[in-house]
Design a protein around this ligand. Structure first.
Ligand SMILES: [Zn+2]
Length: 294
């Protein structure tokens, strides 16, 4: 393995700074969720989408008090309005859905559109207007098409913006760092299928939920696929050498990653092992994993 690179995805979310409010196109204004961290980078991007005085809000951040004045300012300065038409959510993780209560307290009972996911929709469970793959959410100047893209989360929707061939990727493709495949609700095989589906759309630009816009959209998605394929090859190679303990695998594979991220790395390794298991290529024997002889 020494002649293969250990990481394909090189950029790092830690220390990356972005403006609180930014104009990304004539119909897309970002407002940063004010929740920076090792897994959210500069924080969650929320998006004001549309050209009229009734724009959509795509994702709502985590619900931090610092966020609301920024959203108000973005709406006032860029759309001369105090009104939101609808809230649209990529998925139910708290840094995307968590701001719904706060935003609706301030702007009134704005409809919330999302693919339902029992157990993950929190205070929005009874409020949701369900949408699913293929749903069209349109406002003046912007037409969004929902694409069901499970893998990071079962309920995850990406949104295709017709007018720009742009793709809002939520947490499926990030402007910096690597998507987590959580133990609960995550599935690496689904995730790889979702990436391939997005690649086939040939987007012109990616607007991710974390980090800056990605202009080389196809290149980035291919990089993501290659990164996971490289990890899988590394894991298979370790299993061939008889290294089947997740902690040992992390120490060998993530030598260049800070110690505090090793728990997350373990989650990633286990997601690969579960994928190999699902494909009948690996099995678990107590705490150790081994290859299934073919
Ligand atoms: Zn998420």
């Amino acid at each position: 393995m020494s002649d293969t690179p250990s990481r394909v995805v090189k950029d790092n979310m830690i220390g990356l700074r972005m403006p609180d409010i930014d104009v990304w196109s004539e119909r897309v204004v970002t407002v940063l969720g004010q929740n920076p961290g090792p897994f959210t980078g500069p924080g969650t991007n929320t998006y004001v989408v549309g050209t009229s005085k009734r724009p959509l809000l795509l994702d709502t951040g985590q619900g931090l008090p610092e966020y609301l004045p920024l959203l108000e300012r973005a709406l006032d300065e860029h759309r001369h309005t105090d009104t939101l038409d609808r809230i649209v959510l990529t998925h139910g993780h708290p840094d995307h859905l968590g701001g719904c209560v706060q935003v609706r307290e301030r702007f009134g009972p704005v409809p919330v559109l999302k693919r339902p996911w029992p157990g993950f929709d929190g205070p929005m469970t009874d409020v949701l207007e369900p949408i699913d793959d293929g749903a069209v959410v349109a406002t003046e100047g912007a037409t969004l098409r929902a694409i069901h893209t499970p893998g990071h989360a079962e309920d995850h929707l990406c949104f295709w913006l017709d007018e720009e061939r742009a793709l809002f990727t939520g947490d499926v493709v990030l402007g910096a760092g690597t998507t987590v495949i959580p133990e609960h609700g995550g599935d690496l095989a689904d995730y790889m299928a979702s990436l391939r589906r997005l690649l086939a759309l040939e987007p012109a630009v990616i607007y991710p939920a974390h980090g800056p816009a990605i202009r080389d959209a196809g290149g980035k998605i291919r990089e993501y696929i290659a990164h996971r394929e490289l990890r899988e090859a590394q894991i298979v190679a370790l299993l061939e050498q008889g290294v089947g303990d997740v902690k040992q695998m992390v120490r060998k594979m993530y030598a260049d990653v800070p110690e505090f991220l090793h728990a997350a790395a373990g989650t990633s390794v286990r997601s690969h092992l579960r994928k190999l298991e699902r494909e009948g290529r690996a099995r678990r024997d107590g705490d150790a994993w081994e290859l299934v002889a073919s």
